[in-house]
Design a protein around this ligand. Sequence first.
Ligand code: CMC
Length: 439
Amino acid sequence: MQPAKLTLNGSEYEFPVTVGTENEIGVDFSALRSTTGAIALDPGYGNTGSCLSTITFIDGEKGILRYRGYPIEEVAQSAGFEEVCFLLIYGHLPSPEELTRFQKDLTYHAMIREEMKDFFKDFPLSAHPMMVLSAMLASLSAFYPWSGDQDEIDLNIIRLLAKAKTIAAFSYKKSVGQPFVYPRNDLSYTENFLHMMFAVPAEPYLVSPVLDNALNLLLILHADHEQNCSTSSVRMVGSSQSNLFAAIAAGVNALWGPLHGGANQKVIEMLQAIRDDGGDYRKFVNMAKDKNSPFRLMGFGHRVYKNFDPRAKILKTAADDVLRELGVDDPLLDIAKKLEEVALSDSYFIDHKLYPNVDFYSGILYRAMNIPTDMFTVMFALGRLPGWIAQWKEMREDPKAKIARPRQIYVGEAKRAFVPLELRAAGETKKSTKQPVPA
Ligand code: CMC
């Protein structure tokens, strides 16, 4: 493709163009500053490609999501979560032997060091499980060496994946004051998580296949989503060559916010608030449209998807099936459906291209599975873990990767003389030397 041309201050510059597998076009501005002296200004990075990646493809206009080329609908239909972890991290579908080995590794590394159990003791009962998860994941770097040796990195990837679910389940047990339940070697990844969450020492716990399938689906649908806020945080922290555990802990913290993974908790709180308010969902739709109100319909809208979120489409059908199979009749699901119907036929939501996102239905499913509301974002983090690891690994293995260091346009005060405290106390100030910004 012909290079892109930029005219700046009367001079013309050319920049190479990179075309992706699906014909996405990127103008390579990596030499913009060194050739023109200017930088690209793009708050929120909505137009900025931070890397070339082979992991996940999204077409937000067409509602397409693919992991390593495989459509999410087919992956969700046929794969298990461990298989998806392998696919994302190592780039190909595992052979039966590779999968068996990988599953065994994930099982055998699932326990956490006994000393780590004591860390949980000192968090207050009210500690949010996302906070506990991020602190505990960062703590893994205290136990497992990080010299940068390749075998060690490979092992730490397995350890992280295997132990994260144990840490997540322990954080729940801690919040309800129950004894920790250890992982079992005869259970799969998802079965083990459910066992550690819901088993109690007093009685045997049999993992329900309905819950297991639902959890597999939820984790698979969240497994990667290219350069979103948390993944970019993982890459950014990792770009300084900090260790994997530290980079992933940063991803957990970024995911926690209500505009990102924290939305699944907020959706349920919103649906509950609508119910408590008498069920008038139209009132909430109107509030979301009101420019004078900060209220947004949680679970609606996406930076990338502008027609539909394919993950939400899959989850909507799954929510009906799972609730039926579990015999759960959740009035919040009815409210969610009505809210969706009203919003989708409203010109504000149509014009703003606001559609239900993955978080709109995931909370309903988690609720039906008896997962408490403040664990919802932890569930998202467990699902996203293989994606974060794959993205971190890709960045680490990229010979062209550099430390992430965005620039800025400074619009603060121009140079001015410092006024010492004694003079400020005496009420004397010096005039700013700020110059008007030239057009
Ligand atoms: N309800 C009402 N209005 C909305 C909503 C919403 N949920 N989302 C966006 N808008 C409006 C917004 O007010 C703005 O209107 P206008 O142009 O008239 O000022 C316009 O749509 C564009 O909004 P934006 O905030 O500039 O869009 P964005 O691409 O920066 O934000 C978003 C995307 C997901 C943060 C946003 O849609 C949102 O806050 N949604 C609710 C939170 C949510 O569900 N987040 C989960 C995202 S999916 C899980 C994940 O991958 O993280």
